[in-house]
Every structure is written in structure tokens, then in C-alpha cells.
Design a protein around this ligand. Structure first.
Ligand SMILES: [Zn+2]
Length: 301
């Protein structure tokens, strides 16, 4: 133990959690936003590995089922960070793989929005129908709550490092508050407020900005919309005078352009922050959320 602890300072300035496989503390995060928030809280604290569980190219992970590779990653985790409501594998499925891992649901205490009630968007297999809309991380206000829950959960799991987590969480929360201020400043400025999105990820962002999501094409971006859905959406866009359609990086461009062409509106893209092609920079969350805000400002004038 002594030898190990003496060797730690050398690692202090190489915060590359994915490659420090010898770390004795292992945290696994369910999907990208949880990885972004957790790496912000852990920061350069030595001797920690923070891993992303789900592949970062699958988009919003509705109804995801764990693979054997996921099970290997979970097997030696001390802590698993989940957002909540979205991860159908939380609880028992993880306990079967690793009964000792502490599971933290970051959305605890968030002001959860009920599911849309738009039955046409629901699929019979949707598992979060009664838990509420799970996409809380797309509100900078709810993101602060998630970061606080992650901080508190990690401080309880690793009390020796609580001071580091407190300091890092405070610094990241200050950045989220600055983001909140930008959102608050933009809130009164939109000329159009009715929006249509591909899946129901943006209800929280819309609430922060006083926008109305009049329709979402599906609750699950991995599934084709049910029959008749496209025609219903086109009708809604025309009736509600929605100025454009917001697609997402993970959604079929053909589907979005078909709807937009039939409705006679333009397509813009909002990022639900569930996909990345490379290792995200420390300010990835703020950057992408500011890009979303900019897209909304430009397209709803
Ligand atoms: Zn989603």
C-alpha cells in the first residue's frame, strides 16, 4: 500500500482515466452525460478510473440491454453512476453482475416532467412510460442537481476524497450556472415558441426556455415511427405554425427531410448529448449546450 501511494503523484498530471487501468477506484458511468458530469466531479483526483459503459455511438439509450462486454466493465466497479428513468438495466440487472457496486441515480430530486401523454408517440415496449421523461440532463438547472447527487454519492463512497469532489463539483457547477444565465437571458427573446423534435429529449430544455414542444415524432430514436405518425406530425407543424423541424445527430436524415419537405419547413439539429465520436473535452457539455442555444436563437427568430 505504501509503495502504491508513493507512486501516485507521478500520475497527477496525466488525467486520462480511460488508460489508467491500474487505478484502485473504479467508477462506471451509464452513458455520455453521466460520464461528462462524473469526470468533472472526479477531475484529476489520483487513482480513479472513470469508464463509460455504453458505446458512445448508439445515441439515446432507450431499452438498452447489457452485453457481455458491458458485464466485464461492470464486474469490478465500486460505483455505477446512472441518470435514472432511462437505464432499463439499473438495479437488479447490475446487481446480478456485481452485487457490491453502489448504484447512484443522479436524477433523484430532479423536477421530472411527465411523459408527453401523446399516445401516438408511445411504443408498447416503452419502459419509462410511468417514470416520467428521463432526459433531465438537457436542462442546465437539472444538470446542477445531477452533479450534486453524483458529488454526494461519490463523497459517501470515497470519504477520503470528498474534499476533492467538493472542490471540483463547485467549479463545474459555477460553469453550469453561467450556462443557466445564458439560457435565462435568451428565454424572453424567441419570436416563435412552438417546436417539433424527433424524440422527446428536449422537454427540459424547452421548459427552461419557455418553448412548447407541440410534438415529438417518437419516444425512442432507435425505432421507426409508427404508421401514420409522419402524416400527423406534418399536420401538427402546419396547424401550430412551427417554423422548423429539429432533428438530432443520431436520427435518420432521410426521415427528417421527408417530414420537413412535406411540411414545407427547414431542418435544424439539436444535440441530446448522447453521442460522441472522440474523447470529449472537459467543457464538452457547456459547448454543446451553448451550440443548442445558438441553434434555437437562430431558427426561432
Ligand atoms: Zn431519449
Amino acid at each position: 500500500m505504501l509503495i502504491l501511494s508513493l507512486s501516485i503523484p507521478a500520475c497527477r498530471h496525466t488525467p486520462n482515466p480511460a488508460t489508467t487501468q491500474s487505478s484502485s477506484h473504479r467508477i462506471v458511468c451509464s452513458f455520455l452525460p453521466m460520464y461528462l458530469f462524473t469526470t468533472a466531479v472526479v477531475g484529476n483526483t489520483p487513482d480513479f478510473t472513470v469508464d463509460l459503459l455504453l458505446p458512445s455511438n448508439i445515441g439515446c439509450p432507450h431499452d438498452y440491454e447489457l452485453t457481455t462486454a458491458d458485464a466485464r466493465r461492470l464486474a469490478d466497479a465500486d460505483v455505477v453512476i446512472l441518470s435514472g428513468g432511462l437505464e432499463t438495466f439499473s438495479g437488479e440487472a447490475i446487481r446480478r453482475i456485481n452485487s457490491k457496486a453502489k448504484q447512484i441515480e443522479a436524477w433523484t430530486g430532479c423536477k421530472v416532467i411527465a411523459d408527453t401523454g401523446d399516445e401516438a408517440a408511445h411504443d408498447a415496449h416503452d419502459s419509462h412510460l410511468h417514470a416520467g421523461n428521463p432526459h433531465v440532463w438537457l436542462s442546465p438547472i437539472e444538470a446542477v442537481r445531477e452533479v450534486e447527487n453524483i458529488r454526494a454519492g461519490l463523497a459517501a463512497a470515497y470519504p477520503d476524497h470528498a474534499v476533492d469532489f467538493d472542490r471540483n463539483a463547485a467549479a463545474f457547477t459555477a460553469k453550469l450556472k453561467s450556462l443557466q444565465a445564458d439560457f435565462a437571458a435568451a428565454r424572453p427573446t424567441f419570436k416563435h415558441r412552438n417546436i417539433v423534435t424527433m424524440h422527446d429529449a428536449f422537454a427540459y430544455l424547452a421548459r427552461d426556455l419557455d418553448l412548447n414542444v407541440v410534438a415529438s415524432i417518437t419516444l425512442n430514436p432507435q425505432q421507426e415511427p409508427p404508421p401514420g405518425r409522419v402524416a400527423a406530425i406534418v399536420a401538427t407543424i402546419k396547424k401550430e405554425k412551427v417554423p422548423c423541424l429539429f432533428t438530432e445527430p443520431d436520427v435518420s436524415a432521410a426521415l427528417a427531410s421527408t417530414i420537413a419537405r412535406e411540411a414545407g419547413v427547414k431542418v435544424h439539429s439539436l444535440d441530446p448529448l448522447t453521442t460522441t465520436t472522440s474523447k470529449p473535452a472537459p467543457d464538452y457539455y457547456e459547448q454543446r449546450m451553448r451550440a443548442n442555444l445558438q441553434t434555437l436563437k437562430e431558427s426561432l427568430q
